[in-house]
Design a protein around this ligand. Structure first.
Ligand SMILES: Nc1ncnc2c1ncn2[C@@H]1O[C@H](COP(=O)(O)OP(=O)(O)OP(=O)(O)O)[C@@H](O)[C@H]1O
Ligand SMILES: [Mg+2]
Length: 297
């Protein structure tokens, strides 16, 4: 039975003994009352881009993320799903230290990018947030022109030698975000004047412009209509060739469409992780099954 637990929480599981995991009639892993026996599924990868190990996050006394370990692979899209308040955004924000901006928030454990500890005291968060970019739920273009929205990051990171090089970065970023054709004749107009879906693609272009390794997306389509959503989903699939993407979504259909792996969170715990197809067709944990079949959340 313990082969079902592939996790760094073995100590915890051992302490609770086999009784922590029961099986119901449908042969599902089922937690004993109030107990957690560790993440179900493979949390480690042979060659990860980012790794989280034994991560806990507190807001004051609130223990929002509890001992979560997870690898994120190169050129993969991993989706993070789970009921509202389970800690998806909190966990996502750990990967580029966005939680540092919240006073009450304390993160413990280890997170690495290409083997380097991103919480190391000597680590500068400004270049880190270029390496690990973020796209938010609500598109948030700067109150600047379309051109300057894209050029802003490359400028502060000194990525372009002169105007020609900057023009090239702006054009290629907008092309990769699938927005070039729509905006090429209005680059000097404000980014805030675009439609919601265009603004979100502008924000993705802005993230791409600094050549990140990882893009974190927190419900990037929740403010968009189905057509704009479909465009962003297609884009995510194309971006996977060059970037690692971690996406939080409330739409299980979206997770199924865009991601190769899926992580299911519940009350601050990572309950199960696995190939997206397996999670949605053969969830191994009862809590995952309840969620994806609509019995919970
Ligand atoms: N800034 C904060 N201060 C205090 N508590 C917070 C803060 N942000 C989040 N929390 C708490 O941490 C827990 C996890 O919140 P989080 O926003 O990560 O959940 P979520 O899974 O992203 O939810 P949703 O699907 O609603 O966006 C919740 O109980 C929430 O109330
Ligand atoms: Mg959230």
């Amino acid at each position: 039975m313990l082969t079902e637990i592939t996790t760094l929480n073995q100590r915890e599981a051992g302490a609770m003994g086999h009784s922590a995991i029961l099986r119901d009639g449908a042969n599902k892993v089922k937690p004993g009352a109030g107990e957690f026996a560790g993440t179900v599924g493979k949390i480690t990868l042979a060659d990860p881009r980012m790794s989280a190990r034994n991560v806990d996050v507190f807001y004051g006394d609130k223990h929002a993320i509890q001992n979560v370990s997870l690898d994120i692979g190169k050129n993969e899209v991993i989706s993070m799903i789970g009921p509202s308040g389970c800690g998806k955004s909190t966990f996502l924000r750990c990967f580029n230290r966005m939680n540092d901006t919240i006073d009450s928030c304390r993160v413990t454990g280890e997170i690495t990018l290409d083997g380097q500890d991103i919480y190391d005291k000597s680590k500068d968060v400004v270049p880190l947030r270029a390496q690990v970019g973020m796209v938010f739920q609500k598109p948030n273009p700067f109150p600047k022109s379309i051109y300057d929205n894209i050029a802003y990051g490359p400028r502060i990171h000194g990525l372009a030698e002169g105007r020609d090089e900057m023009d090239e970065i702006v054009e290629s970023s907008l092309r990769r975000a699938g927005l070039w054709k729509e905006v090429k004749d209005r680059l000097d107009q404000p980014g805030t004047g675009l439609s919601g879906g265009q603004q979100q693609r502008l924000c993705i272009a802005r993230a791409i412009a600094v050549s990140p390794e990882v893009i974190l997306m927190d419900e990037p389509c929740s403010a968009l209509d189905p057509i704009a959503t479909a465009i962003i989903e297609e884009l995510i699939d194309e971006l996977r060739e060059n970037f690692t993407i971690a996406i939080v979504t409330h739409s299980m259909q979206q997770a199924a469409r865009v991601s190769q792996r899926t992580a299911y969170f519940h009350l601050g715990r990572l309950i199960e992780v696995g190939n997206t197809d397996d999670i949605f067709t053969h969830p191994r944990h009862k809590l995952t099954e309840d969620y994806i079949t609509g019995r919970f959340g």
